[in-house]
Design a protein around this ligand. Structure first.
Ligand code: PLP
Length: 364
């Protein structure tokens, strides 16, 4: 079976097998990682190794802190403004679809009007705003964007500049939930990166935050302690009991990326091949279509529609019977979506394309 789920998504088979082998008795210690004290030397070693491997994979500069926190990426929709609005100003946003709008909605709900720096609404979210279209307000405190819209399948092909009209640079904040670790990233361009774990990192609920250390003193005083990057950084992400087992599993994924895949450049090459094949098959067909402008097509989430909606149900039923799971599009948009995260092997994409070609010949 191949799992094309958008999240929680497939984990690498090698990681699941290793977790299974270690689950009851971790390295002969007579207990599961799930049962360890988060303050024990064994667990602290697991946690530190995970952070070190993530730092190595993404070449995270020394002046950035890495936090392993909880509450899903959605909690960061609130945590980011709490952490960055302590000196006043408004958050700026690029609106590219459903996930960026959720972040906008939460910031508005908590702190009032936001600055809409650019939007892809006029093109139906089929192309991200061009760099020069992003205009920050005078009182912008930071710029938030969603690097990859998981539902729309719309991805940035550049890192936005977070420049105010007065020429002052403000922190760039990236929601990287569905693109982190899919390839190399210039972390030094960011103030904050956050990512829910359930696509390319590990189990749902865990969130990785990467924050430049000069931003730790910009928080609002009225913020919940557990949201505070400063508190989390000072406590090694152990202000309270962290999601210990999820953090451990994330560490196994990082080891897999380093040792089995060979790092993020190698991962990116595989992901580029997977996505290129699938989009080529869609573009060549008369039955399937994807509306996104080629430069902004997501490598991680490939939505597509069938020319005749009545074929959706048989397509999904036959795909499932063929072992191709979770191809149904998000409930808000319908159609199909194939998520091609790191753990989805190239063979899965080949099998999907074969199935799609065969289905079109028979039913198209
Ligand atoms: N941001 C993006 C881009 C996402 O794809 C998702 C979930 O799919 C989220 C945020 C929300 O993540 P969570 O469900 O972990 O809160």
């Amino acid at each position: 079976h191949f799992n094309f789920c958008a999240g929680p998504a497939a984990l690498p088979t090698a990681v699941l097998e290793r977790a299974r082998d270690e689950m009851l008795d971790y390295h002969g210690r007579g207990l599961s990682v799930m049962e360890m004290s988060h303050r024990s030397p064994e667990y602290v070693a697991i946690a530190e190794k995970a952070e070190a491997d993530l730092r190595e994979l993404l070449a995270i500069p020394a002046n950035y802190r890495v936090l392993f926190t909880q509450g899903g990426a959605s909690q960061q929709f609130a945590a980011v403004p709490y952490n960055l609005l302590g000196e006043g100003g408004r958050p700026s946003f690029v609106d590219t679809g459903i996930w960026s709008r959720k972040a906008i909605k939460e910031a508005r709900h908590l702190f009032g009007e936001v600055d809409l720096a650019a939007s892809s609404e006029e093109n139906g979210h089929t192309a991200v705003p061009r760099p020069e279209a992003i205009r920050l307000a005078e009182d912008s405190a930071y710029l938030h964007y969603t690097a990859n819209e998981t539902i729309g399948g719309l991805a940035f092909d550049y890192l936005p500049e977070a420049l105010r009209p007065d020429g002052r640079e403000v922190p760039l904040v990236g929601d990287m939930s569905s693109t982190i670790l899919s390839g190399p990233l210039d972390v030094s361009r960011f103030g904050v990166i956050y990512a829910g774990a359930q696509k390319n990192i590990g189990p749902a609920g865990l969130v990785v935050v990467i924050v430049r250390d000069d931003l730790l003193d910009r928080a609002r005083a009225d913020m919940p302690t557990l949201f505070s990057y400063k508190e989390l950084a000072a406590a090694g992400s152990m202000v309270n009991t962290p999601a210990t087992y999820s953090w451990y599993l994330a560490g196994l994924v990082f080891e897999w990326l380093k040792d089995d895949i060979g790092g993020l450049s190698a991962m990116e090459a595989i992901n580029a091949r997977k996505a290129a094949k699938l989009y080529a098959a869609i573009d060549a067909s008369g039955l399937y279509a994807n509306p996104i402008t080629p430069a902004n097509r997501s490598r991680m989430n490939v939505p597509f529609v069938l020319a005749d909606e009545r074929l959706d149900a048989p397509f999904l039923a036959e795909a499932e019977a063929a072992g191709l799971l979770n191809l149904k599009g998000h409930r808000s948009v319908g159609g199909m979506r194939a998520s091609l995260y790191n753990a989805v092997p190239e063979a899965a994409v080949d099998a999907l394309i074969d199935f799609m070609t065969d289905f079109e010949q028979r039913r198209g």
